[in-house]
Design a protein around this ligand. Sequence first.
Ligand SMILES: *[C@@H]1O[C@H](CO)[C@@H](O)[C@H](O)[C@H]1NC(C)=O
Ligand SMILES: *[C@@H]1O[C@H](CO)[C@@H](O)[C@H](O)[C@H]1NC(C)=O
Ligand SMILES: *[C@@H]1O[C@H](CO)[C@@H](O)[C@H](O)[C@H]1NC(C)=O
Ligand SMILES: *[C@@H]1O[C@H](CO)[C@@H](O)[C@H](O)[C@H]1NC(C)=O
Ligand SMILES: *[C@@H]1O[C@H](CO)[C@@H](O)[C@H](O)[C@H]1NC(C)=O
Ligand SMILES: *[C@@H]1O[C@H](CO)[C@@H](O)[C@H](O)[C@H]1NC(C)=O
Ligand SMILES: *[C@@H]1O[C@H](CO)[C@@H](O)[C@H](O)[C@H]1NC(C)=O
Ligand SMILES: *[C@@H]1O[C@H](CO)[C@@H](O)[C@H](O)[C@H]1NC(C)=O
Ligand SMILES: *[C@@H]1O[C@H](CO)[C@@H](O)[C@H](O)[C@H]1NC(C)=O
Length: 279
Amino acid sequence: MIWFYCSCALLFILKTSSAADTLLPNQILKDGDETIVSANFELGFFTRKQSLRYLGIMYYKKGENGTVVWVANREVPFADPMGTLKFTDNGTLQLVDVNNTIIWSSQPSKTLANISPVAQLLDNGNLVIKDNITGAFIWESFDHPGNTWLPGMKLGVDLVTGIHRNLTSWTTRLDPSPGSYTVSMDVNGYPQLYITNTIGESQQRVGSANGLGFTGMNGLIQNNVSEHEFVYKKEEMYIMFTLLNNSSFTKMILNYEGGFRQFVWNNNNQSWKKYNALR
Ligand SMILES: *[C@@H]1O[C@H](CO)[C@@H](O)[C@H](O)[C@H]1NC(C)=O
Ligand SMILES: *[C@@H]1O[C@H](CO)[C@@H](O)[C@H](O)[C@H]1NC(C)=O
Ligand SMILES: *[C@@H]1O[C@H](CO)[C@@H](O)[C@H](O)[C@H]1NC(C)=O
Ligand SMILES: *[C@@H]1O[C@H](CO)[C@@H](O)[C@H](O)[C@H]1NC(C)=O
Ligand SMILES: *[C@@H]1O[C@H](CO)[C@@H](O)[C@H](O)[C@H]1NC(C)=O
Ligand SMILES: *[C@@H]1O[C@H](CO)[C@@H](O)[C@H](O)[C@H]1NC(C)=O
Ligand SMILES: *[C@@H]1O[C@H](CO)[C@@H](O)[C@H](O)[C@H]1NC(C)=O
Ligand SMILES: *[C@@H]1O[C@H](CO)[C@@H](O)[C@H](O)[C@H]1NC(C)=O
Ligand SMILES: *[C@@H]1O[C@H](CO)[C@@H](O)[C@H](O)[C@H]1NC(C)=O
């Protein structure tokens, strides 16, 4: 009797923990439902800009309402808490409103044929649609950065697919719609990283390759919390950073005023501490 009880409890735990970070074809996530959770992140609906609703990825339980690191419907928020995320059987994520109108969708970068799609929120905060058989990614949120650069996320250019991975600031502190600043890599000649004010059309170089590695950045991403990794190949050129210790949490933000800052989570007082900054 006791044995029977225990094995049921174990099955239940395995079932819920394996489903928690994944959406299967024809599954949906409604505003108000439980969120999808990985080890360090969660995917769900949240409020910004008065009472508008957005779908995004947050650092899990970092701060009172989580820390938003990526927003799907930056430009088209919901006016009501009636949005739904759908995962179609051909492997597309669609965000629909109360009338089933699609307001955002993942655009597959590869053709889909004979695949077994799953959508999974990875432990590093990357939301991926992958073929469950081969493990190949069909789409990933890290290919579409917002204002936040996370460990493991590339900034640069993929010359095969033509994807530019740039950061774009929010419009204001509470409005995720694309603002005035971008961080992007210029790959004409040796790659250089720029903050561009797209309205004033001014640029500031924040880092550059010099044949030996990547310099500049003023202590951002290369410090006692994280280290940078610069890749310069004919197929792709990018800069990325990784944590020195996976029990720490960090993020780089391009804020709405063009400040480029690294924050590190302080466990003692449960807040983000500014670590290094450019502007
Ligand atoms: C957290 O969310 C609640 C409910 O939306 C809101 O009242 C509160 O101000 C938020 N707190 C922070 C720190 O944003
Ligand atoms: C996948 O299915 C959805 C809804 O059935 C459709 O809107 C979308 O165009 C399809 N996408 C592809 C790549 O076939
Ligand atoms: C949904 O459709 C109804 C009826 O056409 C309309 O009144 C309402 O504004 C629509 N809601 C949204 C969010 O588009
Ligand atoms: C994905 O693959 C794993 C491992 O092969 C399997 O256990 C799981 O059932 C598959 N899920 C789907 C939705 O196909
Ligand atoms: C990224 O920045 C590059 C260089 O400024 C620009 O050519 C490209 O259009 C940008 N891409 C996006 C998606 O903003
Ligand atoms: C890392 O560097 C910061 C500032 O440069 C310093 O305040 C902090 O104590 C250092 N931390 C460790 C673990 O060395
Ligand atoms: C990583 O950080 C944890 C928690 O702060 C600490 O206990 C551990 O010793 C660190 N590991 C290394 C290799 O520094
Ligand atoms: C941190 O985790 C990543 C992904 O699991 C792994 O590749 C990396 O080696 C880990 N780094 C350290 C310092 O443990
Ligand atoms: C949290 O602690 C750090 C380090 O002691 C301090 O610099 C920071 O200002 C504190 N933050 C808050 C919100 O109290």
